[in-house]
Design a binder for this molecule. Structure first.
Ligand code: 2HA
Ligand code: ZN
Length: 268
């Protein structure tokens, strides 16, 4: 059997195991039907000379946009058309490691298998480009389809700036504490388009989580677990809103004063 790039690289292997764990959560939560959603992680810090010498195992594919800060960087990417629930068990069969080429506009696959990356590669690499440019120390991006949060984007009222943020913050104090920047909104755009990628990074100037109207959510973070946690916290708040509504009443929400108190206490 072919040797995996993860062999004898425990730190890289641990990162990929986190991706697999999160992929399992996405499936269990019902957020990842069929091939829905994608995950990418910047793994450049784990790359050694031997990896840098590894030949391409695919042709060079265009990214669709340019990512000047990612020249020579390496990413784990979920494969296009692959199932999250399969990735949870076999991350290197349902995703691959890619190298960004010197033109900063294309990439090649280097390991383990020539699994072509996610259709949302332009959005994902644009997000990573921004994270590196800003020196945020963020390494992971996740896109998924949470039922509750996507449903909320079908209400035009919730698409106005920070309406959804304030509503979700007011459902349970943890949301304010653990998603302190709130939730950006990207008006509906064609999936996989560069327009979607550009609109996403515009919102990420201000937020760590953005909704794609009538499609899904994108979150970034220091690692994939923390990116997932932000979406999980927001989804919990959405569930509380939905549960109150289905009990037949409008939830009151914590007050503005209670939120300000929280902001002071947690230094948000
Ligand atoms: O990869 O979710 O937005 C499938 C998708 C595209
Ligand atoms: Zn999607």
């Amino acid at each position: 059997m072919m040797k995996s790039i993860l062999e004898n690289r425990p730190a890289l292997k641990a990162e990929i195991e986190k991706v697999a764990e999160v992929a399992g959560y996405l499936w269990q939560k019902g957020w990842a039907e069929r091939n829905g959603g994608n995950i990418t992680v910047n793994v450049t810090e784990y790359v050694d000379d031997e990896i840098r010498q590894m030949p391409a195992i695919s042709e060079a594919y265009p990214i669709g946009t340019t990512v000047p800060a990612l020249k020579g960087c390496y990413f784990y990417c979920k494969g296009t058309n692959r199932r999250m629930r399969d990735l949870a068990r076999w991350p290197m069969e349902n995703g691959s490691i890619v190298r960004i080429l010197d033109d900063c506009a294309s990439y090649v696959i280097i390991a383990d298998n020539p699994v072509k990356p996610t259709s949302e590669i332009a959005a994902h690499l644009s997000m990573h480009n921004q994270m590196v440019e800003k020196g945020k120390g963020y390494k992971a991006a996740v896109h998924t389809h949470p039922i509750d949060l996507v449903a909320m984007t079908h209400n035009p009222k919730f698409l106005e700036k920070d309406v959804l943020t304030n509503l979700l913050w007011s459902m349970i104090p943890e949301t304010r504490a653990f998603c302190p920047k709130g939730l950006g909104i990207v008006p509906y755009k064609m999936p996989s388009s560069v327009e979607l990628a550009d609109a996403t990074i515009e919102q990420l100037e201000e937020y760590d989580v953005v909704m794609w109207e009538k499609h899904g959510v994108c979150a970034v973070g220091p690692d994939i677990m923390e990116a997932f946690d932000q979406v999980d916290v927001l989804s919990k708040a959405a569930q509380i809103y939905l549960t109150a509504k289905s009990m037949g009443f409008e939830p009151t929400g914590t007050t503005q004063e209670q939120m300000l108190e929280l902001q002071r206490a947690f230094n948000l």
